[in-house]
Ligand binder design. Structure first.
Ligand code: NDP
Length: 284
């Protein structure tokens, strides 16, 4: 049986480490890291994610504010608020909780976040640096996955990595991060043919699709590392994309859902806020 990657515990350790570092920054530089979260509309999952982020910020001593707009808010109103936070000295990171209501242009709105405050790493500036292998702020979910692999001493260089999903927040940046760490990377998406042929070659298999039972045990190579990013709801339970119970018998390492990638994402976001606040110190 494979080793179950305990994201929940690792995330807790990371938050404890961060709490100390945040306290040090306060004591030595009188800087309190600040995060602004913009949420639009009433998507129930977003509400939970934002609540978790605010709670985690409070736990480690990061000052966090939520700006909530109702679903009829205009792009202009939201952009004006972003511009306010861009100027606000107590705010080091700004994020717009995805998804936005369909009538709003998410990419346009996010583009107004200053590159130096783009704590999610979704902006063109940070993505360009990632592509050029000059990484700056990295998106929290992919970076959290790298932290998990590092903690379990799972090597990346020269491995065959398959990333399923090419969204701007998970699949795409993650694939480039693996490439920057010398993996041989394949990206699969909804137009990919013969997916099983690809999954069976993967030493590290990442599923970021959002479909329950998408990866079954017959698709996984013996001894592979299986990273499940998916969050799906089935019969009142949260499950990932992979058939955990059968795949754990075959994989060398596997992330559970919940308790794998999810908690690490939040801890990594907080770390990004802290890192940006530390830059504030150098600029003084
Ligand atoms: P998107 O819906 O933006 O992307 C899904 C990707 O899956 C797309 O690239 C799509 O391809 C691909 N896909 C869909 N069907 C198939 C198929 N049959 N074969 C291969 N690829 C397919 O989702 P996100 O990237 O935002 O999120 C993915 C999942 O991860 C969701 O369940 C989400 O809830 C979860 N998530 C979890 C986080 C965490 O912290 N644990 C953080 C962020 C997301 P195409 O591009 O061609 O449409």
């Amino acid at each position: 049986m494979g080793i179950i990657i305990d994201g929940k515990t690792l995330a807790k350790e990371k938050r404890e480490e961060l709490k100390k570092k945040v306290q040090e920054l306060k004591d030595k530089e009188e800087i309190v890291p600040g995060l602004a979260i913009i949420r639009v509309g009433n998507d129930p999952a977003s509400e939970i994610y934002v609540r978790n982020k605010l709670k985690a910020c409070q736990e480690v001593g990061i000052h966090a504010v939520e700006q909530h707009f109702d679903e009829n808010a205009s792009e202009q109103e939201i952009i004006e608020r972003i511009e306010f936070f861009n100027q606000e000295k107590s705010i080091d990171g700004i994020l717009v909780q995805s998804p936005l209501p369909k009538n709003l242009n998410e990419k346009k709105i996010v583009s107004f976040i200053l590159g130096s405050k783009d704590v999610d790493g979704f902006g063109i500036n940070n993505l360009g640096h990632l592509l050029a292998n000059q990484e700056q702020v990295l998106a929290a979910t992919p970076l959290g996955i790298l932290h998990l692999l590092e903690k379990y001493e799972i090597p990346i260089a020269s491995k065959n990595v398959l990333v399923i999903g090419r969204s701007q927040i998970v699949g795409r940046p993650l694939a480039i991060m693996f490439l920057n760490r010398d993996a041989t990377v394949t990206i699969a998406h909804s137009k990919t043919k013969n997916l099983k042929e690809l999954t069976l070659q993967a030493d590290i298999l990442v599923s970021a699709v959002g479909r329950p039972h998408f990866i079954t045990a017959d698709m996984v190579k013996e001894g592979a590392v299986c990273i499940d990013v998916g969050i799906n709801r089935e019969n009142g339970h949260v499950i990932g994309d992979t058939d955990f119970d059968t795949i754990k018998e075959k994989a060398s390492f596997i992330t559970p859902v919940p308790g794998g990638v999810g908690p690490m994402t939040v801890a990594t976001l907080l770390e990004n806020v802290y890192e940006l606040a530390s830059t504030r110190k150098k600029e003084k």
